[in-house]
Design a protein around this ligand. Structure first.
Ligand code: NAD
Length: 734
């Protein structure tokens, strides 16, 4: 067994429990680790020579949280009663942290306990913070990069090691809400202001300050408010008039934000509400019950699998070819427009030297000014300092001179979406590059293998498809052309790692992966408008599925003219097989000059500040609402299934090679129902048989585009799931 924790007692009788998981840059809690921690707490409490305890970390941070793979192991070990296994495990965690919190004090007098200080050198998330909350005083080093918090909700669970029950009793519902319900991580000073931690101290004094406190703490200092007589719930418990208002409001707010599709938020609120009515130890048991319930919900397993386990695996190179390190040192970006400037920003932020090129100096300068604008925003929000921003901006050379590309090991081309223009710049750039340089195009619609023809070496030619706005979107789609070699793939993946985004690697086919799925989603919305479905029903159905934007709003954001351009090009390429069911609506808006948010008019009306003020009345004039509105579930199924089936077809056709990429890419790329874990996870939650049933019904009522792909039908017949069939290692959390 590796030693995740170290234990030492100094001459003054202060025991230090130091977390330092071997071979990891960040501590994560394993089962063994928790057992070691438990026995060290026992040792310290049992040893009369020990006067108090410091819990700290030997790393630059305290902890990243729980190793979430543990949950699936426990579930599997518990055999036919996984809920019992998960509940028992959760309760054992409560016992350990409660023991630490009570620290040997007498149950009646609350006296005689040993002071426990938490000394965190940096970031602490999840169980790391929950350990801190169980300690008596929390010290965090004055480390501006550090963040303290409980981000579990973002993974579809909630803090289940007492963090929920403790924080709510420390801060009350109102103050704890952003931390618990939104998973906000705060820097040390803000964390102190919020009341989560007690002291922010210089890093080199961290342990000394904690020790000083431990040696001087009194019985009163180490008694938690909820263990003292007369404890009152801050802001009022549920039956207190003020508390009542808050709990009712919180419930409505959570439902409004989650649309009821995220089980964790609702379960956490129930744990808080019910826990607030009973003594602390009973509240912990209630928290454990709700936590178990959430863990038993397939949505939480799917979210953990996609948003934590597989996202991390892809970022760490799960699909990277075995080629030596290809980190980028100097990148040339062709085209300093919206995308090029964004790519320049993320590259310069990653410490990469950037040559930002355009046809005219003014355009190149405009691109650099955009980079500066994002940096200025960062300074305003205190994300960076003027000095650091100046260093980042200094890495960007704005030019029209191709010779400046000399020495670039990667080119990202982001000029106009035109084969001729792209071919021309490819040739001009390659004349100045070394033979090993990789050439990537950011095209959204043009086949990579076609564009590669302009290159002197199609093995070194690849697609790196960013999403807009580049600085905010986490996904990057890497597209292999027919001849693209391993080195180009490795280079692209290393670049994406450097700029701290999440990659998926797909093969070359129309619209690659993400746009292939998004376009049918938008088109389905437009088709329903044409059929006379009330547009607010369409938009609300999407929202209730958990999509960030309904299809009509999404079309306004991406712009109607872009939609028209894509529709025309697709029709030309597909001929008779082209489905034009959305075109009437799309072209009508285009003809009316309603181009979307950028023209302050589209499916929605906008005020002069660009704020949506309601759906455009012309929708109803042009396409009157049908008397017979469809079943709401059918509307939801149409919107979700039309894109999910594209994902399945992409897999069938080999565009997608890995369902993990299909799921992670869908959530990060276009916000596909995050609660579901992605399209393949959603089909697994539904079950292939049920999915086929939905497809059959929609194919009959709405058209052939809903016909179940052969793969799905076969899986239904065999009783298979996607993760069972395609992703043994990826199914760890299932
Ligand atoms: P844009 O029009 O904002 O920028 C294109 C830039 O390329 C302009 O500054 C233009 O002056 C420059 N340019 C044109 N011809 C050039 C030449 N011969 N030499 C040097 N510079 C030249 O366009 P954009 O939205 O940034 O898109 C660029 C590329 O990225 C396109 O291929 C587009 O399909 C793709 N893309 C766009 C998005 C998006 O949401 N806008 C998303 C993903 C990919």
């Amino acid at each position: 067994m590796t030693k995740d924790f170290k234990y030492a007692v100094d001459a003054d009788g202060v025991a230090t429990i130091t977390w330092d998981v071997p071979d990891k840059s960040m501590n994560v809690m394993s089962r063994d680790g928790f057992a070691q921690f438990d026995s060290m707490v026992d040792d310290a409490l049992a040893d009369d020579a020990v006067k108090g305890i410091i819990v700290t970390s030997a790393k630059k941070d305290f902890a990243g949280g729980m190793d979430l793979n543990v949950l699936s192991t426990i579930r599997a070990e518990a055999g036919d009663n996984p809920a019992q296994g998960l509940f028992d495990f959760t309760m054992s965690g409560h016992h350990i942290l409660r023991k630490l919190e009570r620290a040997g004090m007498d149950a009646k007098t609350n006296k005689g306990g040993k002071p426990v200080a938490w000394a965190s050198p940096g970031t602490s998330a999840g169980i790391g913070t929950e350990i801190g909350l169980a300690c008596h005083r929390r010290f965090v080093a004055d480390n501006p990069k550090a963040k303290v918090g409980l981000p579990e909700i973002l993974l579809g669970i909630f803090p289940g090691a007492g963090g929920t029950t403790r924080l709510i009793r420390m801060l009350g519902l109102m103050a704890a809400s952003p931390l618990l319900l939104e998973g906000k991580m705060l820097p040390p000073t803000k964390s102190k202001a919020a009341g989560v931690i007690d002291e922010v101290v210089p890093a080199d004094e961290l342990l000394a300050r904690a020790k000083e406190w431990v040696l001087n703490a009194t019985n009163a200092d180490i008694l938690k408010p909820w263990d003292a007589k007369g404890y009152k719930f801050p802001g009022g418990a549920p039956y207190h008039p003020a508390g009542f208002m808050m709990f009712v409001g919180a419930s409505a707010m959570v439902h409004g934000k989650t649309q009821g599709v995220y089980p964790a938020a609702k379960a956490m609120l129930s744990a808080i509400y019910e826990g607030a009515l009973v003594p602390f130890d009973t509240a912990l048991k209630i928290e454990a019950r709700w936590f178990t319930k959430v863990l038993m919900n397939p949505s939480s397993s799917a979210m953990i699998r996609s948003l934590f386990i597989n996202k991390t695996a892809l970022e760490k190179g799960a699909v990277r070819p075995d080629v030596e390190d290809q980190s980028v040192k100097k990148v040339g970006i062709l085209g300093a427009g919206m995308m090029g400037a964004g790519i320049a920003y993320v590259s310069a932020m990653a410490g990469i030297e950037v040559v930002l090129m355009d046809r005219e100096q003014a355009a190149a300068d405009k691109g650099k000014a955009h980079v500066e604008g994002i940096l200025q925003g960062g300074i305003k929000r205190k994300k960076t300092t003027p000095e650091k921003a100046a260093v980042v901006l200094g890495r960007v050379l704005a030019t029209t001179d191709y010779a400046a590309l000399k020495g670039c090991d990667l080119i990202v081309e982001a000029v106009f979406e035109d084969v001729g223009v792209k071919a021309e710049v490819t040739k001009l750039a390659e004349a100045h590059l070394g033979s090993g340089a990789i050439f990537a195009t950011n095209t959204s619609t043009l086949p990579i293998s076609e564009l590669a023809k302009a290159s002197r070496n199609d093995e070194n030619f690849i697609g790196i498809h960013f999403f807009s706005p580049v600085d905010r979107m986490a996904l990057v789609e890497i597209i292999k052309g027919e001849k693209t070699g391993d080195k180009a793939v490795a280079k692209s993946l290393d670049f994406v790692r450097q700029i701290r985004k999440t990659p998926i690697v797909v093969n070359d086919a129309r619209f690659f992966y993400a746009n292939r799925c998004i376009i049918p989603y938008i088109n389905e919305g437009l088709t329903m408008v044409r059929e006379g479905v009330n547009p607010s029903v369409i938009e609300n159905a999407a929202k209730q599925l958990g999509f960030p934007l309904g299809p009509l709003q999404l079309n306004d954001e991406t712009s109607i003219d872009l939609g028209v351009k894509i529709a025309k090009a697709t029709k030309e390429a597909m001929g008779d097989t082209y489905n034009d069911s959305a075109d009437e609506v799309l072209f009508k808006l285009f003809d009316e000059g309603r181009l979307g948010r950028k023209s302050l008019s589209g499916f929605y009306n906008y005020n002069e500040k660009g704020k949506r003020t309601g759906l455009w009345e012309g929708l109803e004039t042009n396409w009157p609402h049908a008397d017979d509105q469809p079943d709401f579930t059918d509307v939801k199924h149409r919107l979700a299934m039309v894109q999910t089936l594209e994902a399945v077809r992409a897999l069938e056709e080999g565009v997608l090679e890995d369902i993990r990429e299909g799921d992670v890419g869908a959530i990060l790329g276009w916000g596909f129902m995050p609660w579901s874990g992605g399209p393949f996870s959603w089909l697994d939650i539904l079950g292939a048989a049920k999915a086929v049933e939905i497809c059959d019904h929609l194919a009959e009522t709405c058209g052939e585009r809903f016909a179940a792909p052969a793969l799905l039908r076969e899986m239904a017949e065999k009783g298979e799931s996607f993760y069972g069939r395609f992703g043994p290692e990826a199914s760890a959390a299932a």
